[in-house]
Every structure is written in C-alpha cells, then in structure tokens.
Design a protein around this ligand. Sequence first.
Ligand code: 5AD
Ligand code: SF4
Length: 445
Amino acid sequence: MPDPLYFIETYGCQMNVYDSELVAGMLNKCGYSKTDDIHNADVIFLNTCAIREKAEDTVHNRLKNLHYMKKNNPQLLLGVLGCMAQNLKNELLESKPYVDVILGPDAYRRIPEILSDRNRDQKHQVDTKLSKFEIYEDLFPSRHEGVNAWISISRGCDKFCTFCIVPFTRGRERSRPMDGILNEVKEAVSMGFVEITLLGQNVNSYRTSEGKFHTLLEKVATIPGVKRIRYTSPHPQDMDEDLLQVMAENENVCNYIHLPLQAGADRILKRMNRTYTQMEYLELVEKIRNFIPDSSISTDIIVGFPGETQDEFIETLKVMEISAFDSAYMFKYSSRPGTKAAEYTDHIEEEVKQNRLQQVITLQKKLTLQQNKRHIGKTLPVLVDKESKKSPLKWAGRTEGNVGVIFDKTNEHPKEIVPVLIQDAQGVSLFGKRVIEKELLHEIN
Ligand code: 5AD
Ligand code: SF4
C-alpha cells in the first residue's frame, strides 16, 4: 500500500512556518508522505494563527470549505494545529465537529500517537496542554530547498503586552540549548541554505546557562558557510549594547533590526505594558544608528488601541517620522478575548481605526521611498534570491536591510552575494546594475 499523504497549510507568523516544518519532519518519519495537492491528501493540517480576529476568520472560512471535501471523502482526517487550536478548542469542538484533531503548539510531539489512536477509533483527538519545557530539541524540521532557513531558538513569551494573545496560546518563554541550535544551523548550511534567521517571540531575551542572545549570535556568525544572519522579533527592552556590538563586529550579521514600536504616546505604551517610553525608544533608535552605520530598521504599529486619542495617535506618526523606519507592518487593534486590553471599556470605533490605519500606511509609504532613495548611487551587497517575477532576464535579490533589488542577469546565480550599484527606488523596491568585481577594484583604487 502506498504511504498515506499529508498536506499542511500554514497561517500567521514565521514561528508557524517553522512549526509546520517540524510537524512535516515528524510525519515523514512515521510513514506519511507529503503531497502538494490538497485533493490527494489523506490528512490535512491547518497550522493556525490567533493574533487578530481576521486571521481566525480566514481559518474558519477555510474549514467550511474543507468540510465539503470531507463530505465527499469521509476518510479524510482534518486537523487544526497552532494558536487557534490552543485558543478556541471548545468553540471549535462545538461549531466544527468535523474537525478530527486539535493540537496546541506544545503537543506536536504526540502527532504519531494521535494519528494512530484516531485511526483506531473515530473519537476526536485533542491536546492543548501547554508545557514549561517543550522545545522540540531532538526533532529536525523538514525544510523546502531555498535561500533562508528559519531556526527557532526559543518558544513562548513572558512579556504579556496587554493586546497580545501569544503568551496565552504559546505559553511561557523557554530557550533552546545553544548546542542544538548550532547543530541545526550547521545542518541547514550543509543542505545548501546560506541565510539563517533566528526566531523567537522575543528573540533577544534568549538566555541559557551558556550565555545570552549576543553570545549565540556570535557563535552562529562563525559557522562556515553562513553568509547572512537575521533575527526576529526582538523586544526594545532587551536590546543591549553587547548585542549591537556583535552586530557591528560581524559582517555576516545583517545591519537590519525589526524593532516593534506599537505606539508613540507614553500613556498608550504604558497601557500596552510595553515597558519603554517614547523617549527611550527614540534613544534606542539613535544608539542603533550610531553602533551600526547605515542600518535599516523596520517596525510594527498598532492603531486604535483602546482609549487612543487623536493627539496620542499623532504621537505615533511623530515617532515614525523621527525614526524614519525603512518599513513597517501596520495593524488595526483587534480585541482578543482573554487579554487585559479586551477588558478595557474605551474601545475605538472601527471607522476611526480604519482612518488611522490609512494615515500610517500613507506616511510609511513616503518614509520607505525616502529611505530607499538614500541607497541610490551606492554599491550594496545583494543576495540573489530567485528570478524576478517580471522578467526571466532579471534577478530578484535582497540587501542586508531586507529591501528587494531587481537587476539584469549576468553570470551570477541564486544564493550568491554580489555587488549591485543602486540606480533607482520605486514603490518598495530598488533597481540596479551588477558591478563586476574588476570595475569595483578600479573604483576603490
Ligand atoms: N491587534 C492588532 N495587532 C496585534 N499584534 C499583536 N496583537 C495584536 C492585536 N490584538 C501585532 C503587534 C505585534 C505583531 C506580531 O502583531 O504589532 O508586534
Ligand atoms: Fe505578544 Fe508582546 Fe510577547 Fe510580542 S512581546 S509576543 S507582542 S506579548
């Protein structure tokens, strides 16, 4: 009999992408094979996100579609994994009884056992216990071939920002031992990955008996074959000088930091439990720019947090403008039942939130273009990603600052870092010309 086939659909953040790779690795080991065609699958897992209501709505709708598939194929096994499984276990069991398996983010190790239990009797299989210890240390993720490998270095979050569901869905913060992480990096390099992105809900609060985050970062930087290293997402509170020093000293650590701001006004930051003031945030931005010249900074912004006045919203615009972010992920506040902010009584009207979102998007478009234009005339190292979608004669690559660069193909190939003279900036992209090393030498002399 051929192996049963599985299909995993992933929603939400990079941590979920990593977790889906872990689950795939485990399924491969216990006799299942991956299919890229959902219609052929015997098992379908949705790895879900609960960060905003919209993310949950998407999965609810997807499940309704899959219900039809299951009606045509009653043997099909349907599983919900991840943050929504953790968060909405009872609601899912009641409203979608056709979902067979519900597993929270700390229960994946039990997948082989759960699948065989389910195959034996037809009862729902549910495990949403959170663990203080689970770090999936001995499991290796099954990765697609590519340029960048995501590697999880810690799980969970203890920060409890008042808007955020993550501490409830992913549990307490745990750091993986350094050795396991370094082995996983070496394995990824031996498989052909050249860029490593270290992942954690609070990546820079990583801490083990062997050292803190900056020690780990330095060790990763010395592994032969690691051409670029990124990390996401750090918390401003844990950005220390040791870390900035390691970034400045190691050429393969990208001069790029994703530094979530969330809001500009001190009263809102306090209500969000972000643990820094506007001034402290701005000082940090300045410090980053001093330590790491020409660094790029991106951010996360939430508009319409409960009680946010017009003047307080304008503080967010002000901080965005002063920080001159290279890019930003911008969101309307979404109330998450169970979080502290959901209990506040002064929620902002949808229309106001929408209007504020539009304003931050418009401002960020301007800032991104302004920041990208500062590169025109410079020769930047660009990591070749893949062929441009627009033309088979062009490459799409990325700068250290994570900006997409389009340039004509000459003799380079994907995964190579090549010098590109930046000639234009449009939208969110840069356009340039490959500099042949001879020309570069000439320029330097
Ligand atoms: N509403 C809107 N945005 C949120 N985020 C987290 N929780 C919420 C919420 N309830 C955003 C934050 C965070 C990013 C991952 O998602 O900006 O940094
Ligand atoms: Fe959520 Fe705040 Fe933790 Fe980030 S730091 S995962 S926003 S609680």
